[in-house]
Design a protein around this ligand. Structure first.
Ligand code: 5RP
Length: 262
């Protein structure tokens, strides 16, 4: 085990490393966004460079595209790939049914489109992302900039009719300006505390004009790989109904991952 990594980075790394086992030569692979997904892209890049793995990657953000190219993965657009064998991505929360809250990194729209266009979605996460009920993490909702304050007010009004604890939302900022997604939209973070019926919630919110998409991923994730700080991983497959445990051995990641920025 490397002594260079903190327990949380070890957890993310071993989850990513184990998830690479789902990837085979010839596959079209959706590449997620965020710090955990960045470990995955690095690991896949190493397999491309060192082991001759032949894949094409469809990134879910401009920053993932840049990283993928940097590590040697051939990048294509979703329209070029059309359909993907697998997408591997991080998450902000997952529950026992493998429903997710995503979008903490601001890439939920592309992430949802790419994951939905895949035979399988594998989520990689450290143990802290596991929750009993979704909603503790503020739910990101992507909205068009036009009339965003009206959209925000409509969303907050709608919250009173839904099974949630909180009813406030905030515009995501990037310094003094609104955060702008890769699609040129804004993000409202909904402070809900608890979402009683996530399926219903996602459908109702998406009906509001101005809402582009929300960060609830319902029935999209097939497998979650949960990493631990001591190198253990759990692989939970919702379709097979199985949970397997193993330990990922690795010696030294210094050369590979020393310039990880996220
Ligand atoms: C980006 C996402 C990320 O997958 C999510 O925020 C988790 O990020 P991290 O792995 O850095 O904790 O949804 O939009």
């Amino acid at each position: 085990m490397s002594e260079n990594l903190s327990p949380i980075d070890t957890a993310k790394f071993v989850a990513a490393k184990r998830a690479c086992e789902f990837v085979e030569s010839g596959m079209r692979v959706g590449l997620g966004t965020g710090s955990t997904a960045a470990w995955l892209v690095r690991c896949l890049g190493e397999m491309v460079r060192e082991d001759g793995l032949e894949i094409v990657g469809v990134p879910t953000s401009t920053r993932t595209a840049e990283l993928a190219r940097d590590v040697g993965i051939k990048v294509v657009s979703l329209d070029e790939a059309k359909w993907l064998d697998v997408t591997i991505d991080g998450t902000d929360e997952f529950d026992a049914e493998l429903n997710l809250i995503k979008g903490g990194g601001g890439a939920l729209l592309q992430e949802k489109i790419v994951a939905t266009a895949s035979d399988r979605m594998i989520v990689i996460a450290d143990k802290t992302k596991q929750v009993e009920t979704l909603g503790g993490f503020p739910l990101p909702v992507e909205v068009v900039p036009f009339g965003w304050q009206t959209t925000k007010a409509l969303i907050e009004e709608t919250l009173s009719s839904l099974e949630v604890l909180g009813d406030s939302s905030s515009l995501r900022m990037n310094g003094d300006a609104a955060y702008v997604t890769d699609e040129g939209n804004y993000i409202l973070d909904l402070h809900l505390g608890r979402i009683g019926n996530a399926r219903q919630f996602g459908m109702v919110i998406n009906q509001i004009p101005g809402v582009v998409e929300n960060g609830l991923f319902i029935d999209i994730c097939d497998v979650v790989v949960i990493g631990h700080g001591d190198g253990r991983v759990e692989v939970k497959d919702i379709t097979a109904g199985t949970t397997e445990q193993e330990v990922i051995e690795f010696l030294d990641t210094e050369n590979l991952f020393s310039d990880m920025a996220e």
